[in-house]
Design a protein around this ligand. Structure first.
Ligand SMILES: Cc1cc2nc3c(=O)[nH]c(=O)nc-3n(C[C@H](O)[C@H](O)[C@H](O)COP(=O)(O)OP(=O)(O)OC[C@H]3O[C@@H](n4cnc5c(N)ncnc54)[C@H](O)[C@@H]3O)c2cc1C
Length: 377
Protein backbone atom coordinates (compact mmCIF):
# COMPACT_ATOMS: atom_id res chain seq x y z
CA UNK A 1 0.00 0.00 0.00
CA UNK A 2 1.24 3.50 -0.75
CA UNK A 3 0.06 6.54 1.21
CA UNK A 4 0.81 9.91 -0.39
CA UNK A 5 1.06 12.75 2.15
CA UNK A 6 2.26 11.98 5.69
CA UNK A 7 0.40 14.83 7.40
CA UNK A 8 -2.58 14.65 9.76
CA UNK A 9 -4.56 12.01 7.85
CA UNK A 10 -1.75 10.22 6.00
CA UNK A 11 0.31 9.53 9.13
CA UNK A 12 -2.81 7.99 10.74
CA UNK A 13 -3.45 5.85 7.65
CA UNK A 14 0.18 4.60 7.68
CA UNK A 15 -0.19 3.72 11.38
CA UNK A 16 -3.46 1.79 11.03
CA UNK A 17 -2.27 -0.06 7.93
CA UNK A 18 1.07 -1.02 9.50
CA UNK A 19 -0.67 -2.19 12.71
CA UNK A 20 -2.70 -4.60 10.58
CA UNK A 21 0.47 -6.03 9.11
CA UNK A 22 0.13 -4.42 5.67
CA UNK A 23 3.31 -3.48 3.79
CA UNK A 24 3.17 0.32 3.77
CA UNK A 25 5.16 3.04 2.04
CA UNK A 26 4.37 6.61 3.15
CA UNK A 27 5.63 9.38 0.83
CA UNK A 28 5.83 12.98 2.07
CA UNK A 29 7.09 15.93 0.02
CA UNK A 30 8.43 17.89 3.06
CA UNK A 31 9.74 17.15 6.56
CA UNK A 32 7.55 15.15 8.97
CA UNK A 33 5.91 17.10 10.54
CA UNK A 34 6.15 20.51 8.84
CA UNK A 35 4.58 23.98 8.95
CA UNK A 36 3.56 24.40 5.30
CA UNK A 37 0.20 22.62 5.23
CA UNK A 38 -2.81 22.34 7.55
CA UNK A 39 -1.55 20.49 10.63
CA UNK A 40 0.70 22.84 12.62
CA UNK A 41 0.22 25.34 15.45
CA UNK A 42 0.41 23.11 18.58
CA UNK A 43 -3.33 22.59 19.19
CA UNK A 44 -6.51 21.47 17.40
CA UNK A 45 -9.90 21.61 19.05
CA UNK A 46 -11.95 18.47 19.56
CA UNK A 47 -15.62 18.79 20.49
CA UNK A 48 -18.31 16.11 20.52
CA UNK A 49 -21.70 17.88 20.24
CA UNK A 50 -21.16 18.14 16.50
CA UNK A 51 -24.14 19.76 14.88
CA UNK A 52 -22.76 19.73 11.32
CA UNK A 53 -24.08 16.21 10.51
CA UNK A 54 -25.51 13.44 12.73
CA UNK A 55 -23.00 10.86 11.45
CA UNK A 56 -19.99 12.87 12.61
CA UNK A 57 -20.83 12.03 16.25
CA UNK A 58 -20.22 8.23 16.02
CA UNK A 59 -17.02 8.99 14.10
CA UNK A 60 -15.99 11.38 16.88
CA UNK A 61 -16.68 8.83 19.62
CA UNK A 62 -14.38 6.41 17.85
CA UNK A 63 -11.80 9.15 17.16
CA UNK A 64 -11.75 10.14 20.85
CA UNK A 65 -11.14 6.52 21.92
CA UNK A 66 -8.37 6.13 19.33
CA UNK A 67 -6.67 9.39 20.48
CA UNK A 68 -6.60 8.02 24.03
CA UNK A 69 -5.20 4.70 22.78
CA UNK A 70 -2.56 6.50 20.72
CA UNK A 71 -1.52 8.61 23.72
CA UNK A 72 -1.10 5.48 25.83
CA UNK A 73 0.81 3.65 23.10
CA UNK A 74 3.15 6.57 22.42
CA UNK A 75 3.77 7.13 26.14
CA UNK A 76 2.32 10.65 26.39
CA UNK A 77 -1.28 11.96 26.14
CA UNK A 78 -2.09 13.65 22.83
CA UNK A 79 -5.70 14.56 23.65
CA UNK A 80 -6.25 16.96 26.55
CA UNK A 81 -9.85 16.98 27.83
CA UNK A 82 -10.47 20.51 29.09
CA UNK A 83 -14.23 20.63 28.52
CA UNK A 84 -15.60 23.15 26.04
CA UNK A 85 -17.75 26.26 26.34
CA UNK A 86 -19.67 27.57 23.32
CA UNK A 87 -21.09 31.07 23.65
CA UNK A 88 -23.48 33.18 21.59
CA UNK A 89 -26.61 35.31 21.50
CA UNK A 90 -29.83 33.57 22.62
CA UNK A 91 -30.73 32.78 18.99
CA UNK A 92 -27.33 31.29 18.11
CA UNK A 93 -27.82 28.40 15.68
CA UNK A 94 -24.37 27.08 16.61
CA UNK A 95 -25.40 26.71 20.28
CA UNK A 96 -28.88 25.33 19.64
CA UNK A 97 -27.76 22.80 17.06
CA UNK A 98 -24.86 21.72 19.30
CA UNK A 99 -27.33 21.26 22.20
CA UNK A 100 -29.60 19.20 19.91
CA UNK A 101 -26.67 16.99 18.91
CA UNK A 102 -25.70 16.58 22.58
CA UNK A 103 -29.27 15.60 23.56
CA UNK A 104 -29.75 13.26 20.59
CA UNK A 105 -26.50 11.42 21.26
CA UNK A 106 -26.67 11.47 25.07
CA UNK A 107 -23.51 13.59 25.45
CA UNK A 108 -22.96 15.17 28.88
CA UNK A 109 -23.62 18.92 28.63
CA UNK A 110 -25.13 21.88 30.44
CA UNK A 111 -26.91 24.99 29.14
CA UNK A 112 -25.77 28.13 30.94
CA UNK A 113 -27.32 31.59 31.19
CA UNK A 114 -25.12 34.65 31.48
CA UNK A 115 -24.81 34.43 35.30
CA UNK A 116 -24.02 30.72 35.22
CA UNK A 117 -21.40 31.33 32.54
CA UNK A 118 -19.85 34.09 34.65
CA UNK A 119 -19.70 31.71 37.62
CA UNK A 120 -18.17 28.85 35.62
CA UNK A 121 -15.87 30.83 33.31
CA UNK A 122 -15.29 34.32 34.75
CA UNK A 123 -12.80 35.04 31.95
CA UNK A 124 -15.70 35.83 29.54
CA UNK A 125 -17.55 39.15 29.47
CA UNK A 126 -20.71 38.78 27.37
CA UNK A 127 -23.81 40.90 26.68
CA UNK A 128 -27.00 40.26 28.71
CA UNK A 129 -28.79 38.21 26.06
CA UNK A 130 -25.94 35.70 25.59
CA UNK A 131 -26.19 32.00 26.52
CA UNK A 132 -23.65 29.19 26.59
CA UNK A 133 -23.35 25.44 26.29
CA UNK A 134 -20.74 23.59 28.30
CA UNK A 135 -19.78 20.07 27.23
CA UNK A 136 -17.55 17.57 28.95
CA UNK A 137 -16.10 15.73 25.97
CA UNK A 138 -14.14 18.61 24.44
CA UNK A 139 -10.52 19.66 24.55
CA UNK A 140 -7.58 19.74 22.20
CA UNK A 141 -5.09 17.53 20.42
CA UNK A 142 -1.43 18.36 19.77
CA UNK A 143 -1.15 18.04 15.98
CA UNK A 144 2.62 17.93 15.46
CA UNK A 145 3.01 15.37 18.26
CA UNK A 146 0.11 13.37 16.86
CA UNK A 147 1.72 13.19 13.41
CA UNK A 148 5.05 12.23 14.99
CA UNK A 149 3.39 9.54 17.13
CA UNK A 150 1.44 8.05 14.22
CA UNK A 151 4.56 8.09 12.02
CA UNK A 152 6.94 6.64 14.62
CA UNK A 153 4.52 3.88 15.60
CA UNK A 154 3.84 3.12 11.92
CA UNK A 155 7.60 2.65 11.42
CA UNK A 156 7.84 0.49 14.55
CA UNK A 157 5.15 -1.69 13.00
CA UNK A 158 7.15 -2.08 9.78
CA UNK A 159 6.03 0.86 7.61
CA UNK A 160 8.62 2.53 5.39
CA UNK A 161 8.29 6.33 5.43
CA UNK A 162 10.12 8.69 3.06
CA UNK A 163 10.24 12.43 3.80
CA UNK A 164 11.34 15.09 1.32
CA UNK A 165 10.19 12.92 -1.57
CA UNK A 166 7.39 14.58 -3.56
CA UNK A 167 5.17 12.38 -5.70
CA UNK A 168 5.27 13.66 -9.26
CA UNK A 169 3.00 11.25 -11.13
CA UNK A 170 0.88 8.12 -10.70
CA UNK A 171 -1.26 5.71 -12.67
CA UNK A 172 -3.44 2.70 -11.95
CA UNK A 173 -4.35 -0.39 -13.96
CA UNK A 174 -5.99 -3.77 -13.37
CA UNK A 175 -2.90 -5.20 -11.69
CA UNK A 176 -1.99 -2.33 -9.35
CA UNK A 177 -0.78 1.25 -9.05
CA UNK A 178 2.45 2.96 -10.08
CA UNK A 179 3.74 6.01 -8.21
CA UNK A 180 6.64 8.14 -9.42
CA UNK A 181 8.80 10.49 -7.37
CA UNK A 182 11.98 12.38 -8.20
CA UNK A 183 13.91 9.48 -6.64
CA UNK A 184 12.16 6.30 -7.69
CA UNK A 185 9.15 4.48 -9.13
CA UNK A 186 7.04 2.26 -6.86
CA UNK A 187 4.35 -0.40 -7.52
CA UNK A 188 1.65 -1.31 -5.03
CA UNK A 189 -1.73 -2.94 -4.76
CA UNK A 190 -3.53 0.10 -3.32
CA UNK A 191 -2.94 3.86 -3.25
CA UNK A 192 -4.28 6.36 -0.71
CA UNK A 193 -4.11 10.12 -1.29
CA UNK A 194 -3.99 12.32 1.81
CA UNK A 195 -2.58 15.39 0.06
CA UNK A 196 -4.34 18.15 2.02
CA UNK A 197 -4.11 21.49 0.19
CA UNK A 198 -2.26 19.80 -2.69
CA UNK A 199 -5.03 17.27 -3.37
CA UNK A 200 -6.14 18.81 -6.67
CA UNK A 201 -2.55 18.66 -7.95
CA UNK A 202 -2.38 14.96 -7.09
CA UNK A 203 -5.79 14.06 -8.51
CA UNK A 204 -6.58 16.32 -11.43
CA UNK A 205 -9.89 14.70 -12.41
CA UNK A 206 -11.56 14.63 -8.97
CA UNK A 207 -14.51 16.52 -10.44
CA UNK A 208 -14.99 18.57 -7.26
CA UNK A 209 -13.61 22.05 -6.71
CA UNK A 210 -11.41 22.30 -3.62
CA UNK A 211 -10.83 25.89 -2.49
CA UNK A 212 -7.64 26.51 -0.52
CA UNK A 213 -7.74 29.51 1.84
CA UNK A 214 -5.18 31.42 3.93
CA UNK A 215 -5.95 31.19 7.65
CA UNK A 216 -4.44 33.16 10.52
CA UNK A 217 -3.61 31.75 13.96
CA UNK A 218 -2.68 34.20 16.73
CA UNK A 219 -0.99 33.94 20.12
CA UNK A 220 -1.06 36.68 22.75
CA UNK A 221 0.32 37.19 26.23
CA UNK A 222 -2.78 37.61 28.43
CA UNK A 223 -2.83 40.54 30.84
CA UNK A 224 -3.66 38.06 33.62
CA UNK A 225 -1.91 34.89 32.52
CA UNK A 226 -3.00 32.63 35.40
CA UNK A 227 -6.68 32.94 34.43
CA UNK A 228 -5.99 31.13 31.16
CA UNK A 229 -3.82 28.24 32.35
CA UNK A 230 -4.73 24.63 31.61
CA UNK A 231 -7.02 23.47 34.37
CA UNK A 232 -8.59 26.94 34.77
CA UNK A 233 -9.74 27.63 31.21
CA UNK A 234 -11.50 25.36 28.68
CA UNK A 235 -11.47 25.34 24.89
CA UNK A 236 -14.09 27.83 23.73
CA UNK A 237 -15.99 29.19 20.73
CA UNK A 238 -18.09 32.32 20.27
CA UNK A 239 -20.75 32.50 17.56
CA UNK A 240 -21.11 35.74 15.58
CA UNK A 241 -24.38 34.74 13.86
CA UNK A 242 -22.79 35.30 10.43
CA UNK A 243 -21.73 31.69 9.93
CA UNK A 244 -18.36 32.32 11.57
CA UNK A 245 -17.00 31.70 15.06
CA UNK A 246 -13.89 32.69 16.99
CA UNK A 247 -12.37 29.94 19.08
CA UNK A 248 -9.41 29.35 21.31
CA UNK A 249 -7.51 27.26 23.80
CA UNK A 250 -5.96 27.43 27.26
CA UNK A 251 -2.24 28.20 27.56
CA UNK A 252 -0.19 25.11 26.76
CA UNK A 253 2.82 24.20 28.86
CA UNK A 254 5.34 24.11 26.02
CA UNK A 255 4.13 26.70 23.49
CA UNK A 256 4.03 30.28 24.71
CA UNK A 257 0.84 32.33 24.89
CA UNK A 258 -2.90 32.05 24.48
CA UNK A 259 -4.05 30.90 21.03
CA UNK A 260 -7.09 32.33 19.26
CA UNK A 261 -8.42 32.05 15.68
CA UNK A 262 -11.36 32.90 13.46
CA UNK A 263 -13.16 29.92 11.88
CA UNK A 264 -14.29 31.11 8.46
CA UNK A 265 -12.77 30.68 5.04
CA UNK A 266 -10.02 33.30 4.62
CA UNK A 267 -8.77 34.69 1.30
CA UNK A 268 -8.46 32.16 -1.51
CA UNK A 269 -4.90 31.11 -2.23
CA UNK A 270 -2.72 28.18 -3.31
CA UNK A 271 -0.06 26.26 -1.36
CA UNK A 272 2.57 27.61 -3.79
CA UNK A 273 1.60 31.30 -3.67
CA UNK A 274 0.24 31.77 -0.14
CA UNK A 275 1.92 34.58 1.82
CA UNK A 276 3.27 32.74 4.85
CA UNK A 277 4.63 35.79 6.70
CA UNK A 278 2.46 38.18 8.70
CA UNK A 279 0.55 40.78 6.68
CA UNK A 280 -0.87 44.09 7.94
CA UNK A 281 -4.38 43.29 9.11
CA UNK A 282 -3.68 39.69 10.17
CA UNK A 283 -3.89 40.62 13.85
CA UNK A 284 -7.32 42.22 13.26
CA UNK A 285 -8.60 38.73 12.44
CA UNK A 286 -8.64 37.84 16.16
CA UNK A 287 -7.84 40.95 18.22
CA UNK A 288 -11.44 42.22 18.33
CA UNK A 289 -12.84 39.11 20.01
CA UNK A 290 -10.30 39.43 22.83
CA UNK A 291 -11.05 43.12 23.35
CA UNK A 292 -14.79 42.50 23.41
CA UNK A 293 -15.20 39.16 25.19
CA UNK A 294 -11.90 38.29 26.93
CA UNK A 295 -10.44 41.62 28.15
CA UNK A 296 -8.03 39.93 30.57
CA UNK A 297 -6.49 38.09 27.63
CA UNK A 298 -6.14 41.22 25.50
CA UNK A 299 -2.37 41.63 25.95
CA UNK A 300 0.65 41.94 23.64
CA UNK A 301 0.90 39.94 20.44
CA UNK A 302 3.35 37.03 20.59
CA UNK A 303 3.05 35.08 17.32
CA UNK A 304 1.08 34.76 14.11
CA UNK A 305 1.17 31.63 12.00
CA UNK A 306 -0.42 30.96 8.63
CA UNK A 307 -2.19 27.71 7.86
CA UNK A 308 -4.28 26.36 4.95
CA UNK A 309 -7.89 25.23 4.86
CA UNK A 310 -8.91 22.94 1.97
CA UNK A 311 -12.61 23.64 1.59
CA UNK A 312 -14.99 21.23 -0.12
CA UNK A 313 -18.12 22.74 -1.75
CA UNK A 314 -20.36 21.82 1.23
CA UNK A 315 -17.81 21.99 4.07
CA UNK A 316 -17.94 18.21 4.64
CA UNK A 317 -14.97 15.89 4.19
CA UNK A 318 -14.41 13.77 1.09
CA UNK A 319 -13.46 10.14 1.77
CA UNK A 320 -14.06 7.75 -1.10
CA UNK A 321 -12.67 5.56 -3.84
CA UNK A 322 -11.72 7.50 -6.95
CA UNK A 323 -14.17 6.98 -9.80
CA UNK A 324 -12.55 4.86 -12.55
CA UNK A 325 -9.66 3.87 -10.21
CA UNK A 326 -10.75 0.91 -8.04
CA UNK A 327 -7.43 0.75 -6.25
CA UNK A 328 -7.22 4.44 -5.32
CA UNK A 329 -8.80 6.10 -2.25
CA UNK A 330 -8.80 9.80 -1.42
CA UNK A 331 -9.28 11.70 1.85
CA UNK A 332 -9.38 15.47 1.39
CA UNK A 333 -11.54 18.60 1.70
CA UNK A 334 -11.36 18.66 5.51
CA UNK A 335 -12.62 22.26 5.38
CA UNK A 336 -10.92 23.52 8.54
CA UNK A 337 -12.40 21.00 10.98
CA UNK A 338 -10.76 17.66 10.19
CA UNK A 339 -7.89 17.16 12.59
CA UNK A 340 -9.96 15.86 15.50
CA UNK A 341 -11.03 13.01 13.18
CA UNK A 342 -7.52 12.05 12.00
CA UNK A 343 -7.35 8.83 14.06
CA UNK A 344 -10.68 7.52 12.80
CA UNK A 345 -9.97 8.68 9.24
CA UNK A 346 -6.78 6.60 9.39
CA UNK A 347 -8.82 3.62 10.52
CA UNK A 348 -11.43 4.12 7.79
CA UNK A 349 -8.71 4.42 5.12
CA UNK A 350 -7.07 1.23 6.38
CA UNK A 351 -10.48 -0.52 6.25
CA UNK A 352 -11.10 0.63 2.68
CA UNK A 353 -7.62 -0.27 1.46
CA UNK A 354 -7.50 -3.71 3.09
CA UNK A 355 -11.12 -4.92 2.85
CA UNK A 356 -12.81 -2.54 0.38
CA UNK A 357 -15.41 -1.47 2.98
CA UNK A 358 -15.83 -0.02 6.48
CA UNK A 359 -18.44 -0.36 9.23
CA UNK A 360 -17.99 3.27 10.23
CA UNK A 361 -20.66 5.69 8.89
CA UNK A 362 -18.94 7.52 6.03
CA UNK A 363 -21.55 7.33 3.26
CA UNK A 364 -22.32 11.03 3.78
CA UNK A 365 -18.69 11.83 2.95
CA UNK A 366 -18.74 10.12 -0.46
CA UNK A 367 -18.16 11.75 -3.84
CA UNK A 368 -21.67 10.75 -4.96
CA UNK A 369 -23.17 13.72 -3.17
CA UNK A 370 -21.63 16.06 -5.75
CA UNK A 371 -23.03 14.19 -8.76
CA UNK A 372 -26.15 15.87 -10.14
CA UNK A 373 -28.85 13.31 -10.96
CA UNK A 374 -29.39 13.21 -14.73
CA UNK A 375 -32.74 14.46 -15.89
CA UNK A 376 -34.48 11.96 -18.15
CA UNK A 377 -37.54 12.83 -20.21
C1 LIG B 1 -5.71 27.50 11.08
C2 LIG B 1 -6.32 26.15 11.18
C3 LIG B 1 -7.00 25.78 12.33
C4 LIG B 1 -7.63 24.55 12.42
N1 LIG B 1 -8.25 24.20 13.59
C5 LIG B 1 -8.81 22.97 13.71
C6 LIG B 1 -9.35 22.55 14.94
O1 LIG B 1 -9.31 23.29 15.94
N2 LIG B 1 -9.88 21.31 15.01
C7 LIG B 1 -9.90 20.46 13.95
O2 LIG B 1 -10.41 19.34 14.08
N3 LIG B 1 -9.36 20.82 12.75
C8 LIG B 1 -8.82 22.05 12.62
N4 LIG B 1 -8.24 22.43 11.44
C9 LIG B 1 -8.32 21.54 10.30
C10 LIG B 1 -7.30 20.45 10.34
O3 LIG B 1 -6.09 20.92 10.86
C11 LIG B 1 -7.15 19.90 8.94
O4 LIG B 1 -8.44 19.45 8.50
C12 LIG B 1 -6.17 18.72 8.90
O5 LIG B 1 -4.95 19.11 9.44
C13 LIG B 1 -6.00 18.27 7.46
O6 LIG B 1 -5.06 17.20 7.43
P1 LIG B 1 -4.52 16.66 6.04
O7 LIG B 1 -3.79 15.42 6.33
O8 LIG B 1 -5.63 16.67 5.04
O9 LIG B 1 -3.51 17.82 5.55
P2 LIG B 1 -1.95 17.98 5.92
O10 LIG B 1 -1.71 17.64 7.34
O11 LIG B 1 -1.53 19.31 5.42
O12 LIG B 1 -1.28 16.82 5.10
C14 LIG B 1 -1.21 16.77 3.70
C15 LIG B 1 0.19 16.29 3.39
O13 LIG B 1 0.29 15.88 2.04
C16 LIG B 1 1.60 16.20 1.62
N5 LIG B 1 1.67 16.19 0.16
C17 LIG B 1 0.92 16.93 -0.69
N6 LIG B 1 1.28 16.71 -1.98
C18 LIG B 1 2.27 15.77 -1.94
C19 LIG B 1 3.07 15.14 -2.94
N7 LIG B 1 2.94 15.43 -4.24
N8 LIG B 1 3.98 14.23 -2.55
C20 LIG B 1 4.14 13.92 -1.24
N9 LIG B 1 3.44 14.53 -0.24
C21 LIG B 1 2.52 15.44 -0.59
C22 LIG B 1 1.80 17.59 2.24
O14 LIG B 1 3.13 18.01 2.23
C23 LIG B 1 1.21 17.38 3.61
O15 LIG B 1 2.17 16.96 4.54
C24 LIG B 1 -7.59 23.66 11.33
C25 LIG B 1 -6.87 24.00 10.18
C26 LIG B 1 -6.23 25.22 10.11
C27 LIG B 1 -5.46 25.57 8.87
Amino acid sequence: MIVVGVGGMGSAACYHLAKRGARVLGLEQFNIPHELGSSHGFSRMIRSAYYEHADYVPLLRRAWQLWEDLGRESGRPLLHATGGVYIGPGDSGFIHRSADAARRHGLPHQMLDRQQLAAKCPQFFVPDDYVALHETYAGFIEPERAISAHTSLAMQNGAEIHGNEPVTDWSSDDQGVTVRTARDTYRADQLIFCGGAWSDRLVRDLGVELVVTRQVLGWVQPKRTRLFDMGSFPVWAIDHLDGTIHYGFPILTDSPGLKVAHHRAGPRTTPETVVRHTLPGDEDDFRGVLTKFLPDADGPLLSIRICLYTNSPDGHFIIDRLPKHDRVTIACGFSGHGFKFATVVGEVLADLATTGKTDLPITFLGLNRFIQPQKSF
